[in-house]
Design a protein around this ligand. Structure first.
Ligand code: DLZ
Length: 302
């Protein structure tokens, strides 16, 4: 923690950070000569970033400028700060200098903003795309070269057809070839697990997308059917090792189901398609040999 030189600097930095979208947290302040005999007034203002880290540095000379903020979209931040400085000059008549982003000697690009002589902030972005990324194995969102099966119920077809369109959209736009998608229609949600299991056991698919709609108001034994469908899909996934994306909606009304099938709040079929793509990729990465057994090229015998 380094104290800011003056109250004016404090205000300027706070204004800049707020303009960049930092969320202001609950601060603190006390007056000079407060009961515990502090000599001067002081205040603190936390600014929160969605993702933060703490970096300890040893063996390097102090950074220049000493206040450095690491960002993930340097050029965008540069444009925003530039616009903020122009606006500030117009509205308050105060200046400020901004440098162009330039390479540093630590494999990063950096620009600095001088709000006042002696009050500078630097913004930087690492040139290494893996810098500060948490170490995690993640699936990619590419469906190219993999086979997928979609099992869609015909019951409530006005909605399941929309879910199917959404799932197809996700697969095709992520690079899956149309020939590598098998669509299977079943009478109702009840029949989804057995068809999904047969497809999974065939070993031909990298992932299965399951789509259906159960309406509480119109379905006798709603809970029993839903539990069995969810259990059956989950069991098929666990016992075959093939990822099954769950796109079976459970809604109170037809209107609510339509909203979730693309009318208002996104398309759950699309979301299920994306989940299947990610899980197919992840599954392949988690194999000891790191490759999918259900790639379409392998299937085609090429
Ligand atoms: C019978 C029935 C009912 C009442 N409701 C639904 C529903 O809301 N959504 C759905 O997908 N299927 C429904 N079904 C059909 C059953 O899932 C199943 O297809 C039939 O009972 C035949 O086995």
């Amino acid at each position: 923690m380094v104290p800011v030189a003056s109250e004016a600097d404090f205000a300027q930095l706070a204004e800049l950070l707020e303009a960049l979208g930092f969320e202001r947290g609950r601060g603190w302040s006390y007056d000079a000569g407060a009961a515990d005999l502090r000599e001067s007034a002081a205040k603190g203002a936390p600014f929160m970033a969605p993702l933060g880290n703490l970096e300890l540095v040893y063996g390097r000379r102090p950074a220049e400028p000493p206040l450095l903020i690491e960002v993930t979209a340097l050029d965008q931040i540069h444009a925003t700060v530039k616009a903020w400085l122009i606006n500030r000059r117009r509205s308050k008549g105060v200046g400020g200098e901004i440098s162009e982003p330039a390479l540093t000697d630590w494999n990063a690009r950096l620009f600095s903003v001088e709000l006042d002589p002696g009050l500078s902030v630097g913004f930087w972005q690492s040139e290494n795309p893996l810098h500060n990324r948490p170490v995690a194995v993640e699936g990619d969102l590419s469906a190219a070269g993999r086979r997928f099966a979609i099992v869609a119920a015909r019951w409530n077809a006005v909605i399941t057809d929309r879910l199917l369109q959404g799932a197809l959209d996700a697969l095709l736009r992520s690079g899956c070839a149309r020939k590598d998608i098998e669509i299977v229609r079943v009478p109702g949600a009840w029949e989804i697990p057995s068809a999904a299991r047969t497809l999974a056991e065939s070993g031909r698919f990298a992932a299965i997308v399951t789509l259906g709609v159960l309406l509480r108001g119109e379905t006798a034994h709603y809970e029993a059917i839903y539990n069995e469908v969810a259990r059956g899909i989950g069991q098929s996934q666990q016992e075959t090792g093939v990822p099954h994306a769950f796109g079976v909606l459970t809604c109170e009304t037809l209107e609510q189901a339509l909203d979730r099938a693309g009318v208002k709040s996104g398309n759950k079929g699309f979301e299920a398609g994306i989940a299947a793509i990610e899980m197919a990729s992840l599954q392949a990465k988690l194999q000891p040999e790191g490759r999918a057994s259900s790639a379409s090229a392998v299937e085609a015998g090429s």
